[in-house]
Structures are given as C-alpha cells and as structure tokens.
Design a protein around this ligand. Structure first.
Ligand SMILES: Cc1ncc(COP(=O)(O)O)c(C=O)c1O
Length: 347
C-alpha cells in the first residue's frame, strides 16, 4: 500500500500537470519547398525549458509507483543538463534532495537553473564517467539513481495518453497533410524516438521515423551493426544528444532511417533557424532541422508533397557563451561556413 507521503507526492505531480499547458506546433514557411511543410514541436516552452520536462515527470511517477522514491529519498541523476534541470524542479515540488552528475563542460545556464531549483551539481571530467559516479553517489547517500538512460523508454507511456507523439498528431489534424511523411528526432536517452516510433506503429500510421545522430555518438553504428558493446572515447559536443555508449532506452527497431550530422552542420542550422523563428534554439534542434531539410529536399527532388515534423528541444538562450559565441564555435566546432552555404542552397 502507498504511504500517505507517496500518495501526496503523486497527487502533487498530477496537480502540477493539470496546471500545465501543451506546447506549440510551429509551421515554418519555406518558399523553396512548395507543397512541403516543416513543423517544429516547440518543447522549449515547458516550465523548465526543454522536452525533458515530460521525461522528468514520467521518471518521478515511475519511481514513486515502483516504491523506489519515498519521503526524504535523495534523487541522483546522470545528465548532460536538461534532464537535471527538469528533475530538480520536480524534486523541489516534492521536497526531495537532488544531485545532478554532469560533465564539467555543461552549459553554465543549465547549472544555474539546477541550483535555482535547489539542486546540487557533481561534476565529472567526461560524459563517459557520469554513470559510475551516479551509482556511487546513490550508494553512499542511500539515494535513488533515476537513470534516465535506462528507464526513459519504459517510464513514458507511448500508447497515447497525451505523450509527445499523440500531441503532435492532434495538433496536425487541420493541416493540409495531417499525417507527416517523416518525423525527425535526435537521441540522447533515445526515449523520445522510442515513444514516437512505438506510437506510429501502435496507431498504424505510415509516417517514418528518422533519427539524426551527431559526431562521436555510437547510436548510428549500433543501428547498423546491432553491436551493443560499441563505445566512443569522446563525448558528443551537441549537448543533450549523441552518446559514448549504447543506451538501453534507444530502441533501434522502431527507427526507419538514421543520418549522421556533422557538429558544424548542427550549429550552422541552429543559427540559421533564428532567421526563420526570430529566436535562438539549442544545437540539438539544429541537428533535427538539418535532417528535416534534407528530407524536404529529397521529397522536392521526387516531386512529392507532404509534411515533416521535428522537435525544437530547447532554447538557444542556454548556449549564448557556446554555440552562439563565434570564438567558442571556431575553437570547439570548427568552420561552419560550408554548412551555412549548403543550407542556403537547400532552402
Ligand atoms: C536539448 C536536448 N535535445 C534532445 C535530447 C534527446 O532526447 P531523448 O533523451 O529523449 O533521446 C535531449 C536529452 O537530454 C536534450 O537535452
């Protein structure tokens, strides 16, 4: 039987959900693609600024209902930052201590937000070290390691029930092409792509799922080889996506196609999107949009019309000192000019 505290905690999360609104679906008008519409599901407008708000809510409910989270349980999470910001929000809502284990290069703005919600940050040198450090902290503090990389795919209900895929299809209902040809998403945990891919099958849609993968990530090689022992010695430079190991939440069989996206292409596309939206987006949104633009060009070349949906994962305001700082980009990403030229040619 649930304790009084667990019942209260679940009802606090449900009441918070009741007070929340859905996110917008933005339609881009790109004159170079007649008859092809590209949509962005704008996940930056959640209270904690990213698509991870949905995941954090699901992971807390999963942990509470499994009996893993009780009154006073310290919550520990490995993250590239966005999930930790959202989990810090829910930990504060429930009055639980929260520690984020993150690479030391994590965007300053995310660190400030975690601390704003009363969370603590524990830094490790590289993305490969976050898992072991989280397990160790959870053992030492007798806490609960949330482990988004394992549990994202199963904590989210993919059948319907207002998940992100369900919301996209409802918002598309009055569009000229309501069933998208493609949905494009990148993978961090792989949880969002798993939710979308399973939902498409469950509902019987012909929409295909493309997963875009940045440099130094093993997901694309794993999708081709199914070798789950693959490792990359270097972490991804696109915060939130691309992993140095095969994460259990990445479900390869629901993915129709994958595309490798150079880091410089992701940054160039994120910066170009500002000229279309009038505001800045994070680099993973650039990765997503690069994939969407290439699919749109492929459809145009084949004389096809239709719609493509992708995600605006978080805002660029978090990355003013990195992806929007030309010195940082030159030193860490390289020359983005060839990709800017390619975007200009594409659109
Ligand atoms: C900014 C950003 N984009 C994309 C993703 C990828 O989402 P998922 O973990 O569902 O694969 C993440 C995940 O942390 C993220 O923080």
């Amino acid at each position: 039987m649930n304790s009084t505290w667990v019942k209260h905690a679940i009802s606090e999360i449900n009441a918070d959900y009741q007070r929340s609104a859905d996110t917008h679906l933005i339609r881009l008008a790109l004159p170079g693609f007649p008859g092809i519409a590209i949509y962005l599901k704008d996940e930056s407008t959640h209270p904690t600024g990213s698509l991870k708000h949905r995941l954090a809510r699901s992971l807390f409910l999963y942990g509470l209902c499994n009996g893993w989270i009780k009154e006073g349980t310290p919550i520990i999470e490995s993250s590239s930052g966005s999930t930790a910001v959202s989990e810090a929000y829910f930990a504060r809502l429930l009055g639980l201590p929260f520690i984020a284990v993150m690479p030391s290069c994590t965007a300053k703005r995310k660190i400030e937000q975690i601390e704003f919600y009363g969370g603590r940050c524990h830094f490790v040198e590289s993305a490969c070290e976050i898992y072991a450090a989280s397990e160790m902290l959870a053992r030492e503090l007798r806490g609960h390691y949330m482990d988004q990389f394992t549990f994202a795919e199963r904590a989210t209900d993919w059948r319907g029930n207002n998940n992100i895929a369900d919301s996209i299809f409802r918002q598309m209902e009055r569009e000229p092409h309501p069933v998208p040809e493609w949905i494009v998403m990148s993978a961090g945990t792989g949880g969002t792509s798993a939710t979308i891919g399973r939902y498409l099958r469950c509902q019987g849609y012909d929409t295909r799922l493309m997963v875009v993968d940045p440099q130094n990530s093993v997901f694309l090689d794993y999708w081709q080889s199914r070798d789950a022992s693959l490792q990359s010695p270097v972490g991804s430079k696109i915060e939130g996506i691309g992993r140095p190991r095969v994460e259990p939440s990445f479900i390869p069989d629901v993915v129709d196609e994958m595309l490798r996206v150079p880091d410089a292409a992701s940054v160039a596309t994120a910066q170009w999107l500002e000229t279309q939206l009038g505001r800045k987006v994070g680099a993973s949104t650039g990765t997503n949009m690069w994939g969407a633009l290439h699919l749109a060009a492929r459809m145009r070349d084949a004389d096809e019309t239709g719609s493509i949906v992708t995600l605006l994962c978080d805002s660029g305001e978090r990355y003013l000192d990195t992806y929007y700082n030309p010195q940082w980009v030159a030193a860490n990403i390289g020359d983005i000019a060839p990709f800017q030229a390619e975007i200009a040619r594409l659109v």
